[in-house]
Design a protein around this ligand. Structure first.
Ligand code: HEC
Ligand code: HEC
Ligand code: HEC
Length: 454
């Protein structure tokens, strides 16, 4: 009997301890946003035309439209599917519609959502919304954004869609703890000894441009490993996003080591240069955001990027190998399946010498896209094809055909061939790699094609 009582007591104690723990965890998760993101009661003259115009450029630099618009949907009405590690979430309607959109947001509500990821009702937002980057936007830029959204965007009464994340994973309180750990209050500080141009570039890259959301590797809790350049060199050192490899933007061998400042600026504004053409999510970035940068801002971003040193061990030292490939292809002297496949499927556009045609067909020889360790982009573009960004800079918009009809072995052979030809030196791609990508893209919420009418 005595034993039973103490077991009961112990159980009761255990149950109440767990209950208290749950209350603290859940309560704290909802409290964190309140503590870390107090309301900023600043008044904004949302009808000021100059402020609205400035807001338009900040919105373009921030690429709000790319995420907050579904394929074929009206601008900013949300509904675009985004894959997260626990399920699909949908972006929300951020038009100033009172019921469906953010018409009920005052400036303080808006500021908390954009810079701190807190919804009007106090619930924390998923970091798929890049508030971790937007945190460094200046007060002036956030005010301008607000004026633009409430005064220049048409209200549309399109309701939001619920996520596919099942209960209990769809509870938002753990996000509050996540934010407390990884999305603290911060403001922009320019890199040491930066010229005004480099400081402007850093501000655009770290903040509005949220380049790190795609180009910085993530840690175990999905947090970006660095939010600005530091001694570890992890910022913008390359990351895989939706099966596209957003390469290193540092001065590294598979980064921007061989690009000039002008070439980087050109790529941001037009999606093309002599080295490459933007594809996948980067084509969208160029189309909605990059092309709208004025020349000074595009150049400032480039000035900042070329100053990012290589990580230890990634310096661009490897001399380009000799081209033994072109002559063999012209002589029909290489009968390997990869070479034969290349000549039949790829050479019409990328040419026997792998050099393509500037601004039309990217070069494959010496191209970082081709030789980077993570071959995801290569495999995905071969299977799913790609279309260049649409900008006023080029009249033609060639596309890369999808080659999903080729089997895994044939695709692997061709990709291995281009990774080891014309002086390129990279590891082989296996049929297993191709099969895995085929599976991944079959399940991807692909609801957007660059160039969709808005
Ligand atoms: C990379 C994609 C992405 C970009 C870029 C983006 N957002 Fe979002 N945003 C989201 C997602 C996803 C949500 C919903 C998150 C959730 O439900 O937790 C969201 C939610 C919001 C909300 C909360 C609305 C509500 O009531 O649910 C606001 C406000 C917002 N975004 C404004 C903006 C603005 C302004 C910009 C540009 C400065 C922007 N977003 C850029 C993905 C994005
Ligand atoms: C939505 C994700 C995303 C965002 C945001 C993004 N990028 Fe990219 N970026 C990619 C992907 C994916 C690639 C690889 C495809 C390609 O080369 O076009 C890429 C490629 C690039 C390249 C080409 C590199 C090379 O060696 O070929 C440059 C330069 C670049 N991005 C710069 C930027 C800058 C600067 C920003 C911020 C203003 C930015 N990106 C924001 C996804 C993104
Ligand atoms: C009809 C012409 C055409 C054919 C055939 C073609 N491509 Fe492409 N390829 C393109 C175009 C155009 C792009 C740029 C696409 C973009 O930017 O979205 C491209 C882009 C690429 C890229 C990305 C390079 C970069 O820097 O942007 C790779 C890698 C590539 N192709 C490999 C191949 C392979 C391998 C084959 C054969 C299996 C092939 N292509 C067949 C036209 C073609």
């Amino acid at each position: 009997m005595g034993v039973e009582v103490s077991v009961m007591k112990f159980l009761k104690f255990g149950v109440s301890a767990v209950a208290i723990g749950v209350v603290v965890a859940v309560g704290g998760g909802y409290l964190a946003p309140v503590v870390f993101a107090p309301r900023q009661n600043i008044s904004v003259n949302a009808a000021d035309p100059a402020l609205i115009e400035r807001g338009r450029t900040v919105a373009q630099a921030s690429d709000c439209v790319a995420c907050h618009t579904a394929a074929g949907g009206k601008a900013f009405t949300g509904g675009r599917a985004m894959q997260t590690p626990i399920g699909v979430i949908y972006t929300t309607n951020i038009t100033p519609d009172k019921a469906a959109g953010i018409g009920g947001y005052d400036f303080a509500d808006f500021e908390r959502a954009v810079r701190h990821g807190v919804r009007k009702d106090g619930a924390p937002l998923y970091p798929a919304m890049p508030y971790v980057s937007y945190a460094v936007l200046t007060d002036g830029d956030v005010r301008a954004l607000y004026a633009y959204f409430v005064s220049a965007v048409q209200p549309v009464s399109q309701p939001n869609q619920a996520s596919t994340i099942p209960w209990p994973k769809n509870m938002r309180w753990p996000l509050g703890w996540w934010q407390a750990l990884f999305a603290g209050h911060r403001s922009f500080t320019p890199p040491r000894e930066a010229t005004p141009e480099v400081a402007r570039g850093a501000y655009l890259v770290e903040g509005a441009g949220h380049c790190g959301a795609c180009h910085t590797p993530r840690g175990a809790a999905f947090q970006e490993k660095a939010l600005k350049n530091g001694p570890g060199g992890e910022f913008l050192s390359g990351s895989n996003i939706d099966g596209w490899y957003a390469k290193s933007l540092r001065r590294e061998d598979v980064g921007l080591a061989s690009w000039s400042q002008a070439e980087i600026a050109d790529f941001l504004k037009t999606g093309r240069n002599a080295h490459t053409a933007a594809f996948g999510s980067m084509a969208e970035v160029v189309e909605h955001s990059g092309q709208h940068f004025n020349d000074a801002d595009a150049s400032a971003i480039a000035a900042y990027l070329i100053g990012l040193p290589a990580r230890p061990g990634h310096a661009a030292t490897s001399p380009k190998g000799e081209d033994a490939t072109t002559a063999k292809l012209y002589d029909s002297a290489d009968h390997s399946p990869g070479a034969l496949g290349y000549v039949a499927q790829c050479a019409p556009c990328h040419h026997m010498n792998g050099r393509g045609t500037p601004r039309l067909f990217p070069a494959l020889a010496g191209n970082a896209v081709v030789v980077t360790d993570d071959p995801s982009s290569l495999i995905q573009i071969a299977l799913a094809g790609g279309a260049m960004a649409r900008t006023p800079a080029d009249k033609t918009r060639p596309s890369m055909p999808e080659l999903a009809r080729l089997d895994d072995r044939a695709v692997a052979d061709i990709l291995t061939f281009i990774r080891t030809s014309w002086g390129n030196k990279a590891s082989p791609v296996s049929p297993g790699n191709v099969a895995a990508m085929r599976g991944a893209i079959a399940h991807k919420p692909l609801d957007y094609v660059p160039g969709d009418a808005k």
